[in-house]
Design a protein around this ligand. Sequence first.
Ligand code: NCD
Length: 307
Amino acid sequence: MTLQGRSFIEPPDFAEDEYEKIFSLAERVMASPQDYAESAKGRLLATLFYEPSTRTRFSFEAAMLKLGGQVMGFSGENSSSAAKGESISDTVRTVACYADIAVIRHPKEGSARVAAMAAGIPIVNGGDGGHQHPTQTLTDLMTIRSEKGRLTGLKVGLCGDLKFGRTVHSLVRALCRYEGIEFILISPEELRVPDYVKAEIRRGCGSVYREVERMQDVLPELDILYMTRVQKERFFNEDDYVRLKDRYVLDAVKMKLAPKDMIVMHPLPRVNEIATEVDADPRAVYFKQVRNGMYARMALILSLLGV
Ligand code: NCD
């Protein structure tokens, strides 16, 4: 089956060999971007962002523009007919009359799937509430592959808001299909990974997990530390957010406990969870992730458009 015409709503929508195809295309684009500068000429990408975004929206727009395509879209639910009460299905059916492919970010879990069922053009989930964020996962896997040289046999610490962090849910669901992944889930009791994600780890390729509360205890054994922001916008109660927001702060002192070849990842935006002094540490790769993200999205757009 080809990727042409398909939607990308959650990581299991694509098989491992399809991920490989996207990564190798992304690497080719990265190596000679000029060869792809007109590949999407005459094609239009729509960005439907009902929630705030910097990287996801701009990286999709930059990706399409660098492929010679064009973009249109809105940012914020008040700037589309959603403000008048239009359903997601009607909005995407409308957009599909103009655009060849669309990215949607929406606060409701499941919204991107609903959009994909109505659209008739490829829909990419740019984040649906506290559920999934598969293109951040493409970015993350591409980064792990290039920094660690493999996607198997890794000890991965995920730290922070594992309950609402959609990037964590998608990354775990994708990684547990590779052999021998050990997840160390570092969070306060209230922000643990949802059960459906843990069930997927148990069904994975020999993947296991352990839940801990203290980052310092596990830092020395990690290959990867994936930090996340406490997702303020998903909390029902301001007091809980204030109590939990600064629970984990990675700084230069803690980095001394980590192996020399551990990498620190973060989907960004960061708030306080990584001190800026860590940025200069060669193990910090979060801005490399941003760069990889644009190439991963260029490869995804080319694959879904079938060009
Ligand atoms: C993430 C998101 O939107 O889920 N950001 C991103 O797309 N890189 C992470 C976050 O908002 O904390």
